[in-house]
Design a protein around this ligand. Structure first.
Ligand code: FMN
Length: 316
């Protein structure tokens, strides 16, 4: 199966989700090496982008490189603030290593909602739709939206129609309402129907794991977040599943290899130490001494100390 967003053609279905603190440049590159066709940056606030217009190197979430292809940069913020939003788009448009713009209309966090951002914007789309239309007409990159089934209710049929009317190039839907937490199962079957009706590229998101890939056969693109944490191998498993090959387990040897691969990439593309720690911890789950190792990571003061202790403990 293949999918396409504007001029970008993707051979495999696995897409790395925007994951705050995790979807950093080295982790995106790692996931691409393991088979992700398209990756997303973590969300970047438009209020953060505009003041640093002249020195974007200060925003580590916007680090990229020519191998970081294809990546969608995800923006979050109050997109009904037309002036600020269009300024942020102009800044992002100038970044040639990013290929696609993604607008976050799905984040349910209290802080984001309080700023009339994320999923708050789907409560009443009337003010944001004209701005999305304008973004689409001025941006030199394809524009996509990531959203949820609805805020209180599942209204994705209406929401998707309205969003598509702005001319966007693709839609990602996390199959939960904004009020749902992760204990509510993602509504896959509902989005299967929508997928058939929708006229633009569609990316499914929610609860994808190696054990349930058969549920997502109908989708030409599937986005993975939690399952990918410390586990870039999920993208190899998705490819193997699609090629009807045997899906191998992500055993401890593979986890060690993936971790070492991450460290190699990290040496070339550094990220702030707190994010590095989080990503390292995500690789440690399932190791026999995981909780002790987590402790070591949280106490470590610098990366040299951290890497050497972990390597010693894991016999790397
Ligand atoms: C730690 C964490 C951070 C996240 N950060 C973002 C983000 O920056 N932008 C976004 O659109 N969604 C974010 N999400 C939501 C995921 O992209 C995804 O929609 C959700 O986790 C469902 O996918 P999953 O079942 O594969 O985890 C985040 C999720 C987690 C667990």
């Amino acid at each position: 199966m293949s999918f396409q967003i504007s001029k970008y053609k993707f051979k495999s279905r696995g897409v790395l989700a925007p994951i705050l603190d995790y979807s950093t440049l080295p982790f995106r590159l790692l996931c691409k090496d393991y088979g992700a066709s398209l990756t997303f940056t973590e969300m970047v606030h438009i209020k953060q982008v505009v003041p640093f217009e002249k020195d974007l190197s200060k925003i580590s979430s916007l680090d990229s490189c020519k191998d970081d292809k294809v990546t969608a940069v995800q923006l979050v913020g109050d997109f009904t603030d037309r002036k600020l939003t269009l300024k942020a788009i102009e800044v992002i448009d100038s970044l040639k290593d990013f290929d696609i713009i993604n607008l976050n209309l799905g984040c349910p966090s209290g802080k984001i909602i309080a700023g009339n951002s994320g999923s708050c914007l789907i409560k009443d789309l009337s003010k944001v739709l004209p701005v999305i239309k304008e973004i689409k007409s001025v941006s030199n990159k394809p524009v996509t939206v990531k959203t949820r089934l609805g805020f209180y209710e599942n209204e994705i049929n209406i929401i998707s129609k309205k969003l598509i009317s702005t001319g966007i190039d693709g839609l990602v839907v996390h199959a939960r309402r904004a009020v749902d937490n992760y204990s509510v199962k993602a509504e896959v079957s509902f989005l299967k129907k929508l997928n058939k009706e929708i006229s633009i590229p569609f990316i499914y998101n929610g609860d994808v794991s190696k054990n349930n890939l058969n549920l997502f056969d109908d989708f030409s693109a599937i986005m993975v977040a939690r399952e990918a944490l410390g586990n870039p191998y999920i993208f190899t498993q998705i490819d193997d599943y699609d090629l009807q090959k045997e899906i191998e387990e992500y055993d401890l040897e593979k986890r060690k290899k993936a971790f070492l691969d991450f460290l190699k990439i990290y040496k070339k593309h550094k990220i702030p130490f707190p994010k590095f720690k989080l990503i390292v911890v995500s690789f440690l789950k399932d190791f026999p001494k995981a909780s002790q190792l987590r402790d070591v990571v949280s106490k470590s003061k610098n990366e040299i100390e951290l890497i050497s202790v972990i390597k010693e403990e894991l016999y790397l």
